[in-house]
Ligand binder design. Structure first.
Ligand SMILES: [Zn+2]
Length: 273
């Protein structure tokens, strides 16, 4: 047999073998797989629209920005113990966006800092640069911590007078200023509703009141995003906090009930002294 004949014969043999193999494979396929092959052409037929997503409002994309209990330390640096506007090295260190879901904070885990108080001056206000909200009841009334946390600063501080800054597990800091007396010191663990100071008019204050600030990563923002100042309770909304360079943007969003579960959660403080 010539070399050419041998080649042709080999090719024919290969074709026959390959055909036999295909036939054998098709016969030994499980029935379901054969069915799935059979229904493939029907995919071209338009199906009725079974996507009901259009019935629901678009959800904010919150899946990755969670609001668990933030890590805080009682070993504050000298700057943290002496300055009000300081960044938190443990906060937003890896991500530029953080989520604080106020709707997940239980009733016992927050308190209005001066119960029964009236608002006498709003954030920004007429002076535009007002860094907090002024709350008034009567002289030497008891100021309480808004959330669980650790006292970061407690001392006289320029125009603030006697002031207290508490760093909270939810990522916020709260500031209580013009106090006649501070009742806690840096490193103290405080619970929501725990007395921390008495109202006064120390520093630059024309009347007895509490100047109350809310801050995140050192930057103050409108306390009315956190508290309903008229009802003196927490707002049922979520704050999306975004770091843009040195600035922090705080955007409130309403969540639907099912969004309070699942990918993120708030853990109230535990394991404290
Ligand atoms: Zn003020």
């Amino acid at each position: 047999m010539s070399k050419t004949h041998y080649c042709i014969l080999s090719i024919i043999l290969l074709i026959v073998l390959s055909a036999c193999h295909s036939l054998w494979t098709a016969q030994t396929q499980p029935a379901s797989q054969q069915d799935s092959i059979l229904i493939l052409p029907t995919l071209d037929i338009p199906l009725p629209n079974t996507d009901f997503a259009f019935l629901f409002p678009e959800e904010p994309k919150l899946n990755k920005q969670t609001s668990p209990r933030k890590q805080i330390t009682e070993n504050f640096s000298s700057r943290e113990k002496n300055d009000i506007a300081v960044t938190d090295p443990l906060l937003m260190a890896e991500e530029n966006t953080m989520l604080i879901d106020l709707g997940l904070i239980q009733k016992e885990d927050y308190a209005f800092p001066l119960p029964g108080a009236k608002v006498i001056s709003l954030y920004a206000g007429r002076r535009k640069h007002h860094s907090g909200v002024d709350l008034k009841t009567h002289a030497h009334d008891t100021i309480i911590s808004a959330f669980d946390g650790i006292v970061r600063l407690a001392k006289p501080y320029y125009a603030y007078g006697n002031v207290i800054v508490v760093r909270h597990y939810n990522g916020l800091e709260t500031v209580y200023s013009h106090n006649s007396k501070n009742l806690v010191k840096p490193g103290d663990y405080v619970k929501a509703g725990q007395p921390i100071a008495l109202t006064g008019r120390t520093g630059r204050a024309t009347t007895e009141h509490l100047h109350f600030e809310v801050r995140v990563n050192g930057q103050h923002f409108n306390p009315n995003l956190v508290f309903d100042l008229q009802e003196r309770k927490l707002n049922n909304q979520c704050l999306i906090i975004t770091k843009k360079g040195n600035k922090i943007a705080v955007k409130p969003v309403e969540l639907m009930p099912h969004q309070h579960e699942g990918d993120y959660s708030y853990s109230p403080a535990t394991n404290k002294n």
